[in-house]
Structure formats: structure tokens, C-alpha cells
Design a protein around this ligand. Structure first.
Ligand code: PLP
Length: 386
């Protein structure tokens, strides 16, 4: 019985709504990542901290030895505070402001993933002011489509991300003339919630072509960074609690031709933390509408925005009740029609006070919470601290 994973008496004592993280599942996920990536020479895994920056979560990820992938200065600060070594920090993003670049320079981070020539010029200039040499990788737009939601596809020519492939050589040549820049890698990231290994294969093929072209110019990069994007099973969080990291890393090992001494970097966010987290919310009212039955809960889209933002599916369970199921729309208290967590789902009969678990909410959940409606931010608790 899935409900067994929720210590209901302990959860009852915490003010709802809140995030609940299964420490053991997080540990198991990290062990699997290390075991599967560790089978392949030169694989380095970074955690995309934008998925969840809760310091309690970060501690486990740092202890497991992962690096970090940051997309803002604030994320670099959060990573340093959590004890990650700057030598394992990569910094991506199309719009890095000067203070953010300076934080990266001051801490001698592993690599800036650069997305345009104007950005490269600014990094060169700021590094020059500090008498430093910035290590950079070029983020290339591989024009590879991921078969996922349009809002989270990032590797198509039409997206704002990265440098067009045809500009690769001229960008590298331009960087070679900059005193305070050292080009160390190529970076890619094609999207998120990708479950079809064929998408990653397509990226591997593109990387191989680019590496061949570089080789013709006698250039070998120190590293290749293929970003993140591995998806999770939102339908079956109990059956598939740990994503298929074996298939993921094996795909890269088999399809991407690394040069001798080259390292291959990954930036996984969702796959690391999504399944260990649930948003726990209390049923406030059962309302019989004209044609529907509503379970009105005390969490709303300010606590978990994915359903409203991406029409994302999250499995919901009534963890208090064992009664026969009924059909509900599960909705929040916010005065917007998009404040719906699920429509027409079966739940064990809900009564006022029942706790519902909105599953697979560990990634892009707590970190995206807002105080809209002057609400309090949801807190996060680890299973081993309550
Ligand atoms: C968001 C992002 C990631 C992580 O994506 P997931 O789908 O959560 O694995 C990795 N790299 C970059 C550059 C990103 O923007």
C-alpha cells in the first residue's frame, strides 16, 4: 500500500500545506546516479539547483559528491553556502548580469556556459579587471527537438538559448583572441522531462558531428556538457520512484564519442529530486457543484505552479482515508480558474481534514512557490527530521 510511505501521525502535526521529502528515496536516487555514471570513464554529474534549492536537500546532494549547475548569481551563492566546491560549479543562462559574472569570477568557478558573443565580451572585460582568466564553454543550440511540452523545449533553432551551430567556429576563433578567456568546453541542453532516449541519441549524433569538425581544425575541448532533461514517471511515482539512470548514462556512453582525456558533464535537475517530494495539503471543503464534486484544499498554485503553468499532471492520493473512491476535481483557494491540481480523478472518499499528497513535486515545486495573495511560503521537511 503506497500510503505506507507517509507517516500520517507525524504529518498531522505539521501546518499545511508543506513539502515532504523522502530522505531514503533521495539517498537511493543519488546512489543510483553515482553507480550508473560511475560505470563510465570521465562522467561528471552536476545537480541543476534550479529544480530545488532547499538547503536540506542540497546537503544530501553535496555529500553524494555531485557538482552544481547554476543559472543565476543567487544560485551560485546558495551552492557555496551549501558547501559545494567552486571547482564543481557551472554557470549557464542567456542573461547573466555583471554582478553575477563577478561572483563566478571571484570564486573561480569551473566554467561559464556562454550563450552569445556580447556575453563573452563582457566576461572577458570583467575577468580582465580582476586579472583573471575565465573558463568558458559555448552553449550551442543543436536544433534537436525534445518531444516534450513546448514551454520546456530549449534546443530548437527558434528558442532563445545558445549559439547557432554554424557560428561555432567563428565564436571559438573570436574567443582565441581574448586574453582573459579560456575555452574549455561545449555545452548543450535540449529540454526537460525527456523520456525518449532517442532524443538524447539525436543530441549525441549532433555532438559527434561538431567534434569531427573541431578536430579538422585541430581543436579538442577539455569537456563536453550535455545538460540535463531526463524525465520522471509522474503517472507512477510508486512503481518507478527512481528514473532509469542506467538507460540514460548508457545511451551517452554508447553514442557519444569522447576524445581521449575528455570528460562528459551532465546537469540533472528533475530526475534527482522530483520523486522524493510531495506537497501535503489538507482538505478544507467538499463542495457539490452543478455537475462536479470538488475537493477544495488549502494548497494553491502559489505553492505548486506546475499544473497551472504547464498543465502538468501530478498523481494525488488521499493519505488519510481508506474509504471507497469517488471522483473529484482537486482545486485550491486562489481566485483564478487555473488554480486546479487535477480534474475528474478518483480518490478515496475525501472528508474535511483529510490530508492529500500531491506526488512527484520535489522538482520545480517549493522553489517556484510565491507569496501571491499574501500567503505564507510552504515549508519543506525531510522524512528523517519530523
Ligand atoms: C533547467 C536546466 C537543466 C536541468 O533540467 P532538468 O530537466 O531539470 O534536468 C540543466 N541545464 C540547464 C542549462 C538548464 O537550464
Amino acid at each position: 500500500m503506497a500510503k505506507g510511505i507517509f507517516p500520517i501521525e507525524k504529518l498531522e502535526r505539521i501546518d499545511t500545506p508543506f513539502y515532504y521529502y523522502d530522505t531514503e528515496l533521495l539517498r537511493q536516487t543519488l546512489r543510483t546516479i553515482n553507480a550508473e555514471a560511475g560505470k563510465h570513464e570521465g562522467f561528471c554529474v552536476h545537480y541543476a539547483i534550479k529544480a530545488n534549492a532547499n538547503p536540506k536537500i542540497l546537503r544530501f546532494i553535496r555529500e553524494a559528491g555531485l557538482g552544481v549547475d547554476c543559472v543565476s548569481g543567487g544560485e551560485i551563492e546558495a551552492s557555496l553556502k551549501a558547501g559545494f566546491s567552486p571547482s564543481k560549479i557551472v554557470f549557464a543562462g542567456v542573461g547573466k548580469s555583471d554582478w553575477e559574472i563577478n561572483i563566478g569570477l571571484d570564486n573561480d568557478i569551473f566554467c561559464f556556459n556562454v550563450e552569445s558573443i556580447p556575453e563573452l565580451e563582457v566576461i572577458n572585460e570583467l575577468a580582465g579587471q580582476k586579472g583573471k582568466v575565465a573558463r568558458v564553454a559555448f552553449r550551442l543550440n543543436p536544433n534537436v527537438g525534445a518531444h516534450t511540452h513546448a514551454n520546456i523545449t530549449t534546443g530548437l533553432a527558434e528558442n532563445k538559448f545558445g549559439i547557432a551551430m554554424r557560428d561555432m567556429m567563428s565564436v571559438i576563433e573570436e574567443a582565441a583572441g581574448m586574453k582573459n578567456i579560456k575555452v574549455v568546453g561545449l555545452h548543450f541542453h535540449i529540454g526537460s522531462q525527456i523520456l525518449d532516449m532517442g532524443d538524447f541519441e539525436a543530441l549525441c549524433n549532433r555532438v559527434n558531428e561538431l567534434q569531427n569538425e573541431l578536430e579538422r581544425h585541430r581543436i579538442i575541448m577539455e569537456h563536453i556538457n550535455v545538460g540535463g532533461g531526463l524525465g520522471v514517471d509522474y503517472q507512477h511515482p510508486n512503481r518507478v520512484p527512481v528514473p532509469d539512470f542506467k538507460a540514460y548514462f548508457d545511451t551517452y556512453a554508447k553514442k557519444l564519442k569522447l576524445r581521449p582525456g575528455q570528460t562528459l558533464h551532465f546537469e540533472l535537475g528533475r530526475a534527482v529530486v522530483a520523486q522524493c517530494g510531495s506537497l501535503i495539503t489538507r482538505t478544507l471543503y467538499i463542495k457539490q457543484g452543478a455537475i462536479k464534486q470538488f475537493a477544495i484544499v488549502d494548497a494553491g498554485f502559489p505553492d505548486l505552479i506546475r499544473p497551472a503553468l504547464y498543465q502538468a499532471y501530478h498523481k494525488i492520493e488521499n493519505i488519510t482515508s481508506e474509504e471507497p473512491t469517488q471522483t473529484y476535481d482537486v482545486v485550491g483557494p486562489i481566485c483564478e480558474s487555473t488554480d486546479v491540481f487535477a480534474k475528474q480523478i478518483d480518490l478515496n472518499q475525501c472528508r474535511r481534514g483529510d490530508l492529500l499528497a500531491i506526488r512527484s513535486a520535489g522538482a520545480y515545486g517549493e522553489i517556484m512557490a510565491s507569496q501571491y495573495n499574501c500567503r505564507r511560503l510552504p515549508q519543506g521537511y525531510m522524512s528523517d527530521e519530523i
